[in-house]
Design a protein. Structure first.
Length: 386
């Protein structure tokens, strides 16, 4: 039958404990949510600074919606660019310290569009093995030769570049913070390698934007890469993505990047929420919030390590606890839910086989009591499950 492949896929996923099911959730705050009628502490959200429900952010979204309407009408090349987008792009460029910026509908649209625009025939792409799926999608959609180096192994990257065709154009693609591992790439060394081999350096700063830097501008700066891409859907608490780059590069993407050309622009109200969040992120008080957040994450990592859990090379607000099998991972996730804590199990193909894990996302609204509670539950998991 023509749909047997669907039945077979779903059956196999279920047998391997890899079947994904959508959960109904009622958000209360970045810290809490209601799942299945149960109030839970949320350790799964990427709303790292709790800005999605910040009164000023919500108010600005409403203000821009009332001024411009609920939708944008079409792509910006069709319906024109209202000042909502121009204002926001200027604010992003100033925040990132770049000549220019371009706004996209989502991180997936940005990565799956800009990479094919940069990598045509005769381009060799060098990408970290654990890069996000959207980056890999962009590489596969391009006409370039897609090569992957071992995770955070810059010696392997250098070996691949040494073997590359000296006449080819070269594009290095990496993340600043890896979304499932929480570890950080060596941006300075990446930049040096890119300079040596005359390669374009493209950095995805989705999980660094808003959380690092003096003004929360992130880890990827245009002084250390050619294109700094990031999202507004995590620490910024809204939706959409940006590219911080040169003015010439921005003009190029406007004319060459399919996901920008053929996608309807973000709703103006979303732009308003982003604009407000960027102001909050750059305020003096936010620096203390970012520091406190990373201190909580460091304490959690140290406590879990003391209990014998594997948190990989995490050094950020993302703390994976690698369990191994999908079956045990989901048992751990259910245990947390039974104890009013939402911790999502991450299974293949999102992570490699044998590396299933629960992914803890620490945010600014989590209290010391929340952190102690999850540590205590891991102590019980060690005794009862693992």
């Amino acid at each position: 039958m023509k749909f047997d492949f669907i039945k077979d896929f779903l059956a196999e996923a279920g047998d391997n404990n890899n079947l994904r099911i959508l959960k109904d959730i009622i958000p209360v705050s970045a810290r809490e949510c209601i799942v299945g009628g149960k109030r839970c502490i949320n350790f799964s959200s990427n709303d790292y600074l709790g800005l999605s429900s910040h009164p000023e952010v919500v108010a600005e979204s409403v203000k821009w919606t009332e001024k411009y309407g609920a939708g944008s009408g079409a792509s910006r090349l069709v319906t024109g660019t209202i000042d909502a987008y121009t204002i926001l792009e200027q604010e992003v460029a100033a925040w990132k310290g770049s000549e220019a910026a371009l706004i996209f509908g989502s991180g997936y649209l940005a990565n799956s569009g800009m990479i094919p625009a940069l990598a045509g025939r005769g381009t060799e792409i060098f990408a970290d093995k654990l890069n996000h799926a959207s980056l890999n999608a962009g590489c596969r959609l391009s006409d370039g030769e897609f090569r992957r180096f071992r995770h955070n192994d810059l010696s392997h990257l250098t070996e691949l570049l040494e073997r590359a065709d000296r006449y080819s154009s070269k594009l290095i693609i990496d993340e600043t913070i890896f979304s499932m591992d929480g570890d950080v790439s060596d941006i300075g060394e990446l930049y040096s390698i890119a300079q040596k081999y005359d390669a374009i350096l493209y950095l995805d700063d989705a999980h660094g934007s808003g959380l690092f830097g003096e003004r929360g501008e992130g880890l990827a700066k245009t002084s250390s890469c050619d294109i700094a891409m990031g999202t507004f859907s995590k620490a910024i608490g809204s939706y959409g993505a940006y590219s911080a780059c040169s003015k010439e590069m921005r003009d190029y993407f406007i004319n060459k990047c399919g996901s920008f050309i053929y996608s309807t622009a973000l709703p103006p109200g979303v732009c308003g929420s982003i604009s407000s969040a960027l102001k909050i992120v750059q305020s003096p008080g936010s620096a203390k919030t970012r520091t406190a957040l990373q201190q909580k994450a460091a304490y959690l990592r140290a406590s879990l390590a003391a209990l014998g859990f594997d948190t990989g090379e995490s050094s950020s607000q993302i703390v994976p606890v690698i369990i191994g099998t999908s079956e045990k991972t989901m048992e751990v996730s259910r245990f947390f839910y039974d104890n009013n804590i939402l911790v999502t199990g991450i299974r293949p193909p999102t992570v490699p086989a044998g590396k299933a894990r629960v992914r803890i996302a620490v945010n600014a609204l989590h209290t010391e009591g929340d952190i102690e509670s999850i540590i205590e539950k891991f102590r019980e998991i060690k005794e009862k499950i693992l």
